[in-house]
Unconditional design. Structure first.
Length: 353
């Protein structure tokens, strides 16, 4: 039975019923794995996907669970739902879930910029969680935003962040299973000397052995939507509406792990040594900055399948003591989506049980 506490909600310890919606996708499946690995205190786990996937077996610890159809799923039967669907489906089904009294952590961009919905990175703004309790809705930020918010918040606390230039190098898993399959297919055909069919998931541009300066659709101003997610989400999470954010988002032929070259400008001088020490002590961050060949993080050598956000190549701007350059790498499906969502849920459980 659900009970209501003084904040309007409470979770019943020992009877926590959880759903993962989009459980057959990259993010959903990783949420299921992480719930098992971190022994999330749930009693019942429901896996939900499209009607076409009904009955798909998905391992959960030692058990194998089977997916149910979103079309017939009753959200009143669960206390907490992780949504890992595209934006349109979230817009349609999240309200159904919250109106049924279910807490929702949504991975799409549907509600991220809604002022009434907290956009949460637990290491950065956990205090915003309580603001989401009345509606029962919490948004998980974009995959690149999460890692950058953790790193930039740490540096902002040291020297007052004024402006940040970012070039991302984003893996194809950021486009879901279709992205992984698209790159595998293209690379295989290219290596076998065969022509490739341009893939709609990469806007009809060859992805294998290429670099594409477009992620998501173009907005009227010439910016891509992925770039504007970074701008708007960083300002919201860091609570810095006047922060200058100047990104270029690029898709690269890497399977897992997003990287970013970051050029940050501060109000006060900040030395690499000071930044390195603060980042090394920051929750969820690991500094790898050896200044030797391979002494820096890369998606393949460090990020894929790891929980930490890796930082390297920390160096002073050549011209100003208030400028610092760095390189940030993390697993976009784990910390960039599934792990962050589970960490939000862990904090909610602490608040509500
Ligand atoms: N991938 C990342 O790195 C990443 C990072 C941050 C945020 N996100 C966001 O997380 C969300 C999920 O991304 P993903 O990468 O996991 O995508 P994905 O691998 O393409 O998975 C999509 C999921 O949606 C389900 N789905 C599709 N149509 C459906 C329908 N009509 N009814 C019910 N379920 C349906 C699919 O189920 P079927 O298998 O049954 O079709 C699948 O479980 C997206 O909003 C994405 O932008 C992704």
């Amino acid at each position: 039975m659900k009970s209501r506490g003084t904040e309007g909600r409470a979770l019943d310890p020992g009877h926590l019923r959880v759903a993962v919606v989009g459980a057959t996708g990259l993010v959903g499946q990783t949420i299921v794995e992480i719930l098992a690995d971190r022994a999330f205190p749930l009693d019942v786990l429901e896996l939900v996907a499209s009607p076409e996937s009904v009955g798909t077996p998905i391992p959960f610890g030692a058990q194998t669970l089977r997916t149910r159809s979103l079309d017939t799923f009753d959200f009143a039967s669960v206390d907490l739902a992780f949504f890992a669907l595209d934006t349109e489906l979230s817009e349609r089904h999240v309200p159904e879930a919250t109106e049924a009294g279910c807490l929702v952590i949504d991975n799409s961009r549907a509600f991220r910029l809604d002022p009434a919905v907290p956009l949460v990175v637990p290491e950065v703004n956990p205090e915003t969680l309580r603001q989401g309790l009345a509606r029962g809705l919490f948004a998980n930020p974009n995959c690149s935003t999460i890692a950058l918010a953790v790193v930039l918040k740490c540096l902002d606390d040291l020297a007052g962040l004024k402006r940040v230039e970012i070039a991302t190098y984003q893996s194809v898993s950021g486009a879901g299973r279709a992205g992984l399959e698209g790159l595998s297919r293209e690379a295989g055909r290219r290596l076998n000397g065969l022509d490739i069919e341009p893939d709609a998931v990469f806007y009809g541009v060859p992805m294998a052995f290429n670099v594409i300066p477009q992620i998501d659709t173009f907005e009227g101003s010439g910016w891509t939507r992925e770039e504007m997610k970074l701008v708007c989400e960083l300002k919201k999470i860091l609570e810095r509406p006047a922060l200058e954010v100047n990104p270029t988002a690029v898709r690269v032929p890497v399977f897992y792990g997003h990287a970013a070259a970051v050029h940050a400008r501060f109000r006060e001088p900040l030395t690499p040594a000071h930044a390195r020490a603060a980042l090394a002590a920051a929750e969820g961050v690991r500094v790898i900055d050896e200044r030797t060949p391979g002494g820096y993080p890369t998606p393949v050598t460090h990020a894929a399948l790891r929980d930490e956000i890796f930082v390297g190549r920390i160096r002073q701007d050549l011209d100003v003591p208030e400028g610092l350059n760095l390189w940030v790498v993390s697993d976009n499906v784990r910390k960039g989506a599934a792990l962050n969502a589970v960490q939000i849920a862990e904090r909610l459980v602490k608040i509500l049980i």
